[in-house]
Design a protein around this ligand. Structure first.
Ligand SMILES: [Fe+2]
Length: 381
């Protein structure tokens, strides 16, 4: 994150104690060894105290590189569960996985990703995100960025449907949006005021007979930490590395005189991909503008687009929750007649989430299972 947050009780200085009889246990949680953004968390117990460890293997899944455009429908993912049992990998490559979860069950257990930063997008429903940093109420349209190493769970989920972009590399606010002090600039598509960080409103201490399980995700298996003390024992923390949300309603869409390409709609950046948000907005204002996108052949990227809500003018046969994958090497763009139909349209109410990847995206078995075959023929009408 780009600004400093402090919650709860922390010692006057780093790496000291305030109360000799009650020394808080300090944990640094940071990216890039000791060089990147970090927070210091002050536990009431010892964060390393683990009674037992279990290994839970996951089914081995592999993706297949795609050389044609594809269409997937997440409404076909009907099963529900929790973040541990029902997170389906749809697409991915070595640096990023794109998953979808329907969550209707409260996690008894905690979750932590050992390898990946997780950028969730709340497609439907809501819940309380409860973590070692405190809690955030999440709702439809929220991006929720969870740094790797964060222990959390979803409490009281209500019809929660989550898209997630899971990255080994940091997922960051694009540098060009920040001034030299790290503040979001005037003219950036969102601002510090609308970023919500966790509130640490309670801390737990003491042993519970049934214990606590933390599922630590290592991609092909979980390490399950069995603890006798709650992981939510943080009395205070401060720093720059913490989960936060921003809602798409608070993003400022960019509007041009003529059509603007996806980088203008960028919301988050990473080394091997970027995330863009297509938002309700007036269309381009040149008197002869063609509001819909032109055909394009971006030969160095694959384009993932999740259609969250609204009317998607450029694509027929797309419904809410659909995903298109437009691959490098093949031209894509508006479907037949869509250019002509778009002329004179004043605005769009669409909300779409794009992930543009610099490495080829592979289709995983759970993605292939919800595919609409023959999508490439949608341009042949
Ligand atoms: Fe595109």
């Amino acid at each position: 994150m780009v600004f400093y947050v402090r919650q709860g009780n922390i010692p006057e200085l780093r790496h000291i104690y305030d109360d000799r009889k009650n020394i808080l246990k300090e944990e640094l949680l940071g990216e890039d060894s000791f060089e990147g953004p970090y927070s210091l968390l002050y536990h009431r117990g010892e964060p390393t105290r683990i009674r037992e460890i279990e290994i839970v293997k996951k089914d081995h899944v592999e993706g297949i590189e795609s050389s044609q455009h594809r269409l997937f429908r997440t409404r076909r993912l009907t099963g529900t569960g929790d973040i541990i049992t029902n997170r389906k990998i749809l697409l991915g490559n070595d640096s990023v996985l794109i998953t979808f979860s329907r969550i209707d069950r409260e996690n008894d257990h905690f979750f932590r990703h050992g390898l990946r930063n997780m950028l969730f997008y709340v497609h439907r429903g809501g819940a309380t995100f409860e973590s070692i940093f405190g809690s955030i109420t999440i709702k439809e349209g929220d991006y929720l960025l969870v740094p790797k190493g964060t222990t959390f769970r979803f409490k009281n989920p209500r019809g929660l449907a989550l898209l997630a972009i899971e990255s080994k590399d940091p997922i960051e606010i694009p540098g060009r949006y920040l001034n030299r002090y790290g503040q979001l600039k005037e003219g950036a598509p969102y601002h510090n005021r609308n970023i919500t960080y966790p509130i640490l409103d309670h801390t737990e201490k003491g042993k519970e007979e049934k214990g606590y399980a933390v599922y630590v995700d290592f991609d092909d298996h979980f390490v399950v930490e069995l603890r006798d003390e709650s992981p939510l024992d943080v009395a205070g923390w401060d720093g720059y590395n913490y989960p936060f949300t921003i809602n798409v309603r608070h993003l400022m869409p960019m509007v041009g005189k003529v059509h603007l390409p996806p980088p203008f709609h960028e919301t988050f950046s990473s080394k091997r991909f970027m995330v863009a948000s297509f938002l309700p907005r007036p269309f381009d204002f040149h008197e002869r503008s063609i509001p819909i996108s032109y055909y394009h052949s971006n030969v160095d990227t694959d384009e993932f687009l999740f259609y969250s809500s609204g009317n998607f003018m450029s694509r027929r046969g797309i419904d809410e929750g659909s995903i298109t994958l437009h691959v490098r090497g093949m031209i894509h763009g508006p479907q037949p007649g869509a250019v002509e139909e778009s002329i004179g349209k004043q605005s769009t109410d669409e909300i779409g989430i794009m992930v543009e990847t610099y490495d080829r995206l592979k289709v995983f078995p759970d993605g292939a299972g919800i595919e609409d075959e023959g999508y490439f023929r949608s341009w042949y009408k």
